[in-house]
Design a protein around this ligand. Structure first.
Ligand code: NAP
Length: 266
């Protein structure tokens, strides 16, 4: 039976070296290796840092097969394999000494006066003002009005993304076994003129956040999905919710979230 593994790497020289070495080792073990997403692939390996890991999953359109990362990047919170441990990783993979972690994504449905566009985020959806403008938006949850918010923006993060932009913006780190969304404000304005919430809000996985730009601001909203900017004209509203689309992360048997948080952040 053919066993195919897809490898995706960034262009950093350490990643390219690692890709070459990994390819040789996998071929020696009887695997076929593809550098484009192969429909019969059983595993995707991303080589790089967290940024490359996110890009691999987006470029491959949220594959249904497990994804694992080899860290040649800076922080490497997602990719847990070190390039020095490739042999150990292959051995572990063959022995099935791993577990699969299902990760729920957040979905943003951006509706303009003409169409709706669906996008999926592994870390977060950020709503910001274009050209550094303040955003003025109406925030509803499950059709209930919460606030007319003003500030730099707000982000909605997954538990997996809680250690990324969300954490830098003062949000909480969330255990990935919880299924929820975290809404974190970015520099909210609190004056006599405007009242905007100042701490993160946690929503259950069946909540629907609805953001409507106030009149005059419908062309000045930027939607940033896992660090990639998207611009739309005449945005009517944006709905953000926990998606049915999931990805599968392959984790080594000894992977433990809080030890990694302690090692990387605290
Ligand atoms: P990037 O340079 O690819 O990433 C910025 C930093 O965030 C890098 O150190 C990256 O790790 C780390 N990172 C990414 N996902 C993470 C996660 N789930 N947990 C912990 N750290 C994580 O930046 P980008 O291309 O603009 O956007 C990619 C992501 O970066 C976004 O989804 C956003 O979460 C984050 N970001 C953070 C800030 C901030 O903290 N102020 C601002 C913009 C974006 P590596 O070094 O391993 O790549």
């Amino acid at each position: 039976m053919r066993r195919i593994i897809t490898i995706n790497s960034n262009q950093v020289s350490k990643s390219i070296e690692t890709k070459k070495l990994l390819t040789e080792k996998l071929i020696n073990m009887g695997f076929e290796v593809s550098y484009d997403f192969h429909p019969d692939t059983e595993l995707v390996i991303s080589i790089g840092g967290d940024g490359s890991f996110l890009k691999t999953i987006h470029d491959f359109d949220f594959p249904e097969v497990p994804v694992v990362g080899i860290n040649t990047g800076h922080l490497g919170f997602f990719p847990e394999i070190s390039p020095d441990n490739i042999d150990k990783f292959i051995d572990t993979y063959l022995k099935k000494d791993y577990f699969i972690q299902d990760i729920s994504l957040v979905q943003a449905s951006v509706c303009t006066n003409k169409h709706c566009f669906d996008m999926f985020a592994i870390n977060e959806v950020v709503i910001k003002g274009d050209k550094s403008r303040t955003i003025h938006i109406n925030l509803k949850v499950n059709d209930k009005h919460i606030q007319n918010f003003c500030g730099d923006g707000m982000l909605v993060s997954t538990p997996t993304g809680s250690t990324a932009y969300n954490y830098a913006a003062g949000g909480s780190i969330v255990d990935p076994s919880l299924n929820l969304m975290q809404l974190t404000p970015l520099h909210p304005i609190n004056t006599n003129a405007y009242r905007s919430f100042t701490s993160s809000i946690i929503f259950s996985n069946d909540s629907i956040i609805k953001i409507t730009p106030e009149y005059r601001f419908e062309d000045s909203i930027l939607v940033v999905i896992d660090g990639v900017e998207h611009r739309y004209s005449q945005i009517s509203y944006i709905k953000i919710f926990v998606s049915d689309v999931k990805i599968k992360l392959l984790r080594m048997a000894d992977h433990e979230f809080w030890s990694r948080v302690s090692e990387k952040f605290l």
